[in-house]
Ligand binder design. Structure first.
Ligand SMILES: *[C@@H]1O[C@H](CO)[C@@H](O)[C@H](O)[C@H]1NC(C)=O
Length: 235
């Protein structure tokens, strides 16, 4: 084909290509969801540890600010609401895994965060000794939502088993410390961040009771869905 003929073909095709573009964009636009129910695709609301599991009783909604759903951004948020990485980076116990119905099958927790008692640096060491609240984190590949298995633990002497009613108690303590407006401080970037968190109860996803649940401790069947929005960063 002669160059001039090629140009003519392009000139004819170009307007059609350009006018088609907005249609394409519209059709691939994602519908906003908080999370996808793992049980719709072979997953579960229980994680796995030695056969039994712990309830994934808190979800950080995919409609949260994108920054909050990143590894570093979520750690900043968790620190703001009173949690931190484990004492001196020590990991106590085997990792647990979960199937979030996102096509990846069983995937190990990405991290365990522990109550830090408001003490920077070593607060989570106190949790490891005396017990307290803690949670495991499982990100859902499709949506970016974070599924948390939250529970309140006994002290080290009791080998970190869960306190009576520890799933409900741990979940409610975490939510109570998270909702409303909280201001976090990132010491590395010397930056403050204001978070606004709202919580919604979702029932009917997991049956209340002890079935399949580790330590035989009942949970009440309520999943708390938190939507976390960054409203301000400064300076
Ligand atoms: C999960 O962690 C365990 C222990 O570290 C490891 O043996 C296993 O391969 C991991 N599983 C996956 C899917 O990464």
């Amino acid at each position: 084909m002669y160059p001039s003929a090629l140009f003519a073909v392009l000139a004819l095709a170009l307007p059609a290509l350009l006018s088609a573009t907005p249609l394409t964009v519209e059709t691939v636009e994602k519908r906003a969801v908080d999370f996808i129910n793992p049980t719709l695709a072979g997953g579960s609301w229980l994680d796995k540890s030695a056969g039994l599991g712990e309830p994934l009783n808190v979800v950080i909604s995919a409609q949260s600010s994108p920054e909050v759903l990143t590894l570093d951004g979520f750690l900043q948020y968790a620190q703001t609401i009173g949690f931190n990485i484990e004492c001196l980076g020590l990991h106590l116990g085997d990792p647990q895994s979960a199937n979030l119905g996102d096509g990846r099958g069983d995937v190990n927790e990405t991290e365990v965060l522990r109550e830090s008692f408001g003490i920077p640096g070593i607060g989570t060491c106190i949790e490891s000794l005396t017990g307290g609240n803690h949670f495991r984190v499982f990100p859902q590949a499709e949506t970016g939502a974070l599924f948390l298995a939250v529970s309140k633990e006994e002290d080290l002497e009791d080998k970190h088993t869960i306190v009576p009613d520890g799933y409900n108690i741990g979940r409610d303590l975490l939510v109570a410390g998270a909702i409303g407006t909280k201001i976090g401080f990132d010491g590395k970037k010397f930056k403050f961040t204001t978070y606004n968190t709202v919580s919604q109860d979702v029932t009917g996803l997991i049956a209340a009771g002890t079935e399949g649940i580790n330590h035989g401790i009942a949970q009440d069947g309520v999943i708390k869905v938190l939507t976390v929005k960054i409203t301000k960063t400064f300076p």
